[in-house]
Design a protein around this ligand. Structure first.
Ligand code: EPZ
Length: 418
């Protein structure tokens, strides 16, 4: 698929933020922990969710679509614990089947996960932590043979403040014998959402949202006839940035602004006008943007998933803007295209670039690389003068539902074609 975009049109209007991709994926995996039926609401309609549901069906889950964003899942019996590598390598989140499956089964063969190629993205943190729960892990080719005689709680200090490693260990611990304490845990909103979901099924978890999470193992979990996934703060930040980059004025609805403190603060420092209420955020570009230092971090710092969109905005800022993403060593893949569109950017090293602005961007023909690089170049095309064509937009649809239609709703001149 491809997007054809006519840039230079300020985004205007109101947009409802969709359910969080990075909350939906672990929560879908967590449904493997119970034999009871679970109904999830506000599930984003994106390709990563579709692929993960296919993996769960092969494991033994019965999946039923009940309506837009509403699905029921039930895994009465685990039928297969050899995860299909062809599917597992399509997304990072496939690794999140490991913790829940070991909670209900003694052996799992887990392929090395895939996902956006934005760095080495090791899974050592997952494996080192899970081994502490009486799991034996033997690497075999591109997979891991994981066995256990029964999970036993432990005190674990994660060797990285890793989001999915925190989620995997929480899910493995909820049915383990005894107490698990996870130190150096990630605090992202999607970790909190996962633990809220598990507590609704009867898990005993405290401390989510801090760096120390405690889990008291229980014998089994119940089901639920409705759990609503929180809305996506990364998607919300993306649209705020797109409005600022195109000189527009939009309102986001159904979003918890406190999950966006870091990006709201940065945009205000750049000179963007932002007003928040309990579940709405209004953004308006009122004039020139100032270049500032942009450094990504773990939550509550600036999300690395907004680094690429912020770089596009930085091309419109007056002065030199240092962008420092210490988390990933290959997350500037989009720079070549952005420079071809007219940006002036010096690469300092694998983690730092210097953006000189403001520069006028012009339309180009572009290939998508990964979810966030892809959406960043969509924003660049919307802000640029002239026509752009963005290819392989399936990659962007892994993380953003119905993007072209939703941007059309904000006045963007964008069409999606085969
Ligand atoms: C999750 O990936 C997200 N994916 C990523 O979003 C996101 O970029 C990342 O968290 C960080 O927020 C899902 O939730 C499915 P990590 P995860 O282990 O868990 C390094 C997207 O576009 N690091 O938290 O795999 C680490 O080595 C995707 O939605 C340190 O070096 O990421 C890794 O390279 C892309 N030291 C990177 O940061 C630390 O203390 C992310 O780590 C912590 C992390």
């Amino acid at each position: 698929m491809k997007f054809k975009i006519e840039g230079g049109v300020p985004l205007k209007g109101t947009i409802r933020i969709a359910g969080s991709k990075n909350a939906a994926l672990p929560i879908i995996c967590a449904t493997l922990l119970t034999a009871q039926k679970v109904v999830l609401e506000n599930v984003p309609e994106i390709i990563d969710v579709e692929v993960l549901l296919e993996i769960l069906k092969e494991i033994g889950a019965k999946v039923e679509k009940l309506g837009p964003g509403k699905i029921s899942l039930q895994t009465p019996k685990i039928l297969d614990t050899k995860i299909d590598p062809a599917k597992a390598t399509k997304l990072r989140a496939s690794i999140l089947c490991l913790g829940p499956l070991l909670g209900r089964h003694k052996k799992v063969i887990m392929p090395h996960p895939g996902g956006c190629f934005i760095g080495k993205r090791p899974i050592d943190t997952h494996l080192l932590a899970l081994e502490k729960l009486a799991i034996k892990i033997v690497p075999a080719d591109d997979s891991y043979i994981c066995t256990t005689e029964g999970l036993v709680g432990a005190e674990i200090f994660l060797n990285e403040v890793s989001v999915t490693a925190t989620e995997n260990v929480v899910m493995a611990a909820v049915l383990a014998k005894g107490k698990t304490i996870i130190k150096n845990a990630a605090c992202e909103p999607h970790v909190i959402d996962l633990t809220n979901f598990l507590r609704k099924l009867g898990a005993k978890i405290s401390g989510a949202g801090t760096h120390t999470i405690e889990i008291e193992g229980v014998g089994s979990l119940s089901g639920t006839d409705g759990y609503c996934i929180h809305n996506d703060e990364v998607e919300a930040g993306t649209f705020l940035i797109a409005a600022a980059a195109t000189g527009g004025e939009i309102t986001l609805t159904d979003i918890n602004p406190e999950y966006l403190d870091a990006v709201i603060e940065k945009l205000r420092q750049m000179g963007v006008d932002i007003k928040v209420t309990a579940n709405k955020i209004s953004v308006k570009r009122t004039g020139d943007l100032q270049a500032i230092k942009i450094q990504t971090n773990t939550y509550p710092g600036l999300p690395t998933d907004l680094q690429a969109p912020l770089t596009v905005l930085a091309t419109q800022g007056r002065g030199q803007c240092l962008i420092h993403d210490w988390l990933y060593e290959r997350r500037f893949g989009y720079l070549e295209d952005l420079i071809r569109m007219g940006a002036k950017i010096d690469v300092i090293d694998a983690h730092r670039i210097l953006v000189h602005g403001p520069t006028k961007l012009h339309g180009e023909i572009i290939d998508s690389l990964d979810i966030r690089a892809g959406i960043a170049l969509v924003i660049a095309a919307l802000a640029a003068q002239g026509k752009s064509e963005i290819n392989q937009t399936e990659i962007i649809s892994r993380g953003y539902q119905n993007l072209a239609k939703r941007l059309q709703g904000l006045g963007a001149r964008i069409v999606e074609e085969q």
